[in-house]
Design a protein around this ligand. Structure first.
Ligand SMILES: Cc1cc2nc3c(=O)[nH]c(=O)nc-3n(C[C@H](O)[C@H](O)[C@H](O)COP(=O)(O)O)c2cc1C
Length: 316
């Protein structure tokens, strides 16, 4: 998720959950080809399995960007066919590609030819006045004919005229049933459902119908739920938030030494302790101090010291 799931966020999420697949923010093929690759694509080895999401609509450019991503060590290359922002539409990619399944198929075919890792697609049900029953199947069929077998479906249409990206994540109604039906029709495909899934109980219900669940905002706004994912779905053990905190402090310390600003990392922790006594004091301390010049691990430790203090219960 753009501006959210950067490499520091993903390290924190990986500490919370060993098994779930993590996705980068969308990076355009042009940025990958022409930009600062270390900044755009660099990631921590602990993040595996991690997928690079690309945006674009030119097969040769996407193939080149996919090859660069694979060389960086990503485990999967995912093509964004779901982003509704104006900037993306003017580049004629993202959600508006729901109207051009043949072009998307050419893109993924070129990407697959360029890399040995899986190429997957994240899409919507359709856009604007498209009939979602037809548009979703057309997109999936075209990509599958080009060899793609895994699809993450944000289970609502995008309305490209008149709705902001934020509204496009709320207003078009969700239709999980269509995603479940597509999986029933095409059991050979790996279908992951996304959109509005807020709890692991909801995720478990979806998993009776599809192969996977993709959490967006819930994972960011309530990252502690990720600590339950390994135990609930992968036969692992629950994550311990305090142990995660200690491990993330070690990561923060190493990154500070390389010049990463404290705030770039701690902003992803602000919701980690929600509901715990002192959580609000923790958040406030970081919000007020983490961007100051000289902010360091001590700043984070001071914020953490505000958790669980007797008498802070009311401030949680
Ligand atoms: C801040 C923000 C940035 C996002 N950036 C991306 C992105 O780069 N690529 C993408 O496929 N989806 C992006 N999305 C959409 C989410 O991946 C997801 O499809 C959507 O929020 C619905 O799922 P959720 O209800 O679990 O959040 C973004 C969402 C938010 C809130």
């Amino acid at each position: 998720m753009m501006d959210w799931t950067d490499r520091h966020c993903r390290v924190l999420h990986r500490l919370l959950c060993a098994r779930a697949r993590l996705y980068t923010e969308m990076v355009t093929a042009e940025a990958v080809i022409r930009g600062d690759r270390t900044r755009l694509l660099g990631f921590d080895p602990s993040e595996h399995p991690v997928a690079l999401q690309l945006g674009g609509a030119e097969p040769a450019r996407l193939a080149e960007a996919a090859r660069i991503g694979a060389d960086f060590g990503y485990d999967e290359i995912n093509l964004n066919v779901g982003c509704p922002s104006d900037r993306v539409q003017s580049g004629r990619f993202g959600a508006c590609l729901m109207r051009e399944p043949a072009l998307v198929a050419d893109c993924v075919a070129a990407m697959r030819a360029a890399v040995a890792i899986p190429v997957t697609v994240k899409c919507r049900l359709g856009v604007d006045d498209q009939d979602p029953d037809a548009s979703l199947r057309a997109l999936i069929d075209a990509c599958n004919a080009a060899g793609v077998t895994m699809f993450a479906v944000h289970a609502r249409k995008a309305w490209l005229a008149g709705l902001s990206p934020k509204d496009n994540r709320e207003i078009p109604p969700l239709d999980y049933g269509l995603v479940h039906r597509v999986k029933r029709e095409r059991p050979d495909l790996t279908i992951v459902v996304n959109g509005g899934i807020a709890t692991l109980d909801e995720a478990a219900t979806h998993l009776e119908h599809v192969d996977g669940v993709m959490l967006g905002r819930a994972a960011y706004h309530a990252p502690a739920i990720l600590a339950q994912v390994d135990a609930r779905f992968f036969g692992g053990t629950p994550g311990d938030i305090d142990a995660v905190t200690e491990a993330f402090c070690a990561y923060v310390s190493a990154q500070l030494a390389q010049g990463t600003p404290l705030h770039a990392m701690t902003k992803h922790m602000l919701n980690l302790y929600s509901g715990r006594p002192g959580a609000r004091l923790f958040r406030r301390h970081l919000s007020e101090n983490a961007t100051r010049p000289g902010a360091n691990l001590g700043t984070l430790r001071d914020a953490l010291a505000r958790l669980d203090r007797p008498g802070d219960r009311a401030a949680a």
